[in-house]
Structure formats: structure tokens, C-alpha cells
Design a protein around this ligand. Sequence first.
Ligand code: MG
Length: 399
Amino acid sequence: MTTAALIVAAGRGTRAGGDLPKQYARLADRTVLALTVEAFGNLAEIEHIQVVIHPEDGALYASALALSACRILAPVHGGATRQLSVLNGLEALENANKGITEVLIHDAARPFVQPDTVRQVIAALKTHPGALAAIPLADTLKRAGPAGLVAETVPRAGLWRAQTPQGFRLGDILAAHRKAAATGRDDFTDDASIAEWAGIPVAIVEDTPLNFKITTPLDLRMADKLISAPNLSGWLPATGTGFDVHRFTDGDHVMLGGLKIPHTQGVDAHSDGDVVLHALTDALLGALGDGDIGQHFPPSNPKWKGAASYIFLQDAVARVASRGGRITNADVTVLCEAPKIGPHRDAMKTKIAEIMGLDPTRVGIKATTTEGLGFTGRREGIAAMASIMLLLPHNKPAA
Ligand code: MG
């Protein structure tokens, strides 16, 4: 079984808003088409992807898929109707001579197709010549009569909404499409109806409503909400770590997490020597692949003498924002024998959350001694380690 996905992207529909056909609308800086292609490209079961595009969309297609890592065949041009576009795509798959035995035909405007749905359609093709994703009707159906009045209630038992993908054996569905075209039928609205007309049995695979077709401006807004949710595709997680040390010297306080904490010593530093904020700054810069604190705020520059370290951290936070990124959480460990961190933990969480624009529940503060060992154990200095997680938009590399 060699399976190809045929993605139909030749439509002109601009009802979703904007000047471009909906498959080229942007969601989180990528196009609907790129998301749809990647949904199939991410599945090992799909060996080839063929996209059918409108003859005028070559440049749009090239830029839409420039960022996609998927292996896809050169696009083919569609015809006057969806049906004829699918026929062109099927002919291209046949002519590709890649031994393709099964084809899953899918609308480009359904970027949220779920891996399970695709796999179930493929599985159904092992026992049926055709299979389509569909959703059982939940609403009561009314047939409208004259003057906008209800004429009757239509029983919904056994009724399903046809979605895509719709899978077939390539030879079967190509023959059915050729026959439909040859007999002048060009009004089929999906491929399962051509299969039915040609006598090919089609099994139903229950689909999820997430796999909706982007048609109207509201659909596009809903799609944007979905793609912007950090647990869905469109974001790349990036982690960063930071570490900082300052030597104790004469003084009466240390700055930690933006707080002035009384102590029997101070720290030797060019800035205010806040190891917590320095470690956090480096962790953010690390997640961005954007150098380190010494590079952005060199100690050789007198401008930073005695500087409050929240300035460095806020600069790093702004760098995240300028990449369109989001900070998920921050976690810090302070290493010292003294001062005690516990009494200041909550205030430090609040202060760091404020500097970074995070909810305090997203900030972790921990402290440990080093059991009298090493420079911290000998009370020669204080150290802090920090970890950060960011979400960066998929198309903006972290370097
Ligand atoms: Mg430092």
C-alpha cells in the first residue's frame, strides 16, 4: 500500500476575507495551505503529497510552502470546477509512476485535520474500496417552505456531514472521475458522491468537528484562535538556561530577584550584582539564541555601572516580544549558605513576575546550600541558576 494525499487548493473562494483565496490566508504567520500540507507531511503513512493549485497561484504556492519541510510533488493546475481539479491531480499521481495505490483527497481549507482521522481513513481502505471522514448530525433538520416557514422536520437518523479526507484506491477513483468527465458530469461536490455514482462502496469514518472547512470570516477567526493556542501547531518551544555568580565583599545587603535583601555582606559587581536577574536574563537570551548578558551589556561600558538589573531582564523580555514569542515559565535556584531565601520567596516571585510580565504562578524560586562545599559553601560568593521556556512562532528561527 503506497498512499498519497491529494490536496485540492485550486479554489478562488475569498469569502473568508482579504484579497487572497482562503487557502492562502495567514494563520500565525503561516498559510492555511502550508498547515494542511504539513498535517499530512507529518504522518509516516503518507508517502507522497500532490497539491492542485489555480494556474494563477504559482507564486503564492511557492511562498506558502517555502517553509514546509514536507516532501511534495510539483504542483499541478486545477480545472474549472473542484471535480475537474481533482481529476487533474489524480492524473498527475498516476503519471508520477511512484506505485501509488491509495489516495486521500483533502480540501486545502481544512488545516486542522487530525492524525487519527487520516489513519482511520487509511485503515478503512484495507477493507473497503472507499472511505470518507464524516460527522453525524447533531442538530434537528428543517426543510424550509415558501415565505421562510418550516415545511417539515427531516429525520436526521443515519445522516452524516461529509468532510475530507476521502480515500480511495487510485485506479478506482481515477476511472470514476474519467467516466464522469467523459459523460459531461461536472457537478459532483465531493469525491465520495462520484464513487457512489460509479458503484464504489464508501465506508464512513467518524471525524472531529476540529476538521472544519474555512469558508467564512468567522471560520478564519476561529482558526486563528485555534492556531494561537500554545498547545497546537504553529509554535516551537525553546528552552534556555542561565548561571551567574558574584563574589561577596563588604556591604550590608544583596540584590536578589530585584529585592534588596539585608545581609552581613554585599557583592562585588559592575551592576547591582543581582545573580537571580542575571541568570534569568541569560536564560532568555539563550532560548532566543541571542548571545549573553555580557555581550548586550558589557561591563566595560560605564553606562551599566551600578545599573539596576531589571533593566537587563526587561531588555531580554522585549527581545522575546519582538520575535513574537511568549514566555511560558521561569524557574530559579539560588545557591548560598546565607542569606536565607525562604522568607523572601513570595516577594521575589511577585517581583520577578512583575518585571517579566508573567503570572506569579509561572515563576519558581528555590534555594539550596552547597553543604559547606565549594565557594558558596565557604561563603565567598552567591550563585543562581535559571531555566526558561519560550514559545516562538514556527517560522521564526531561534537564532
Ligand atoms: Mg552577573
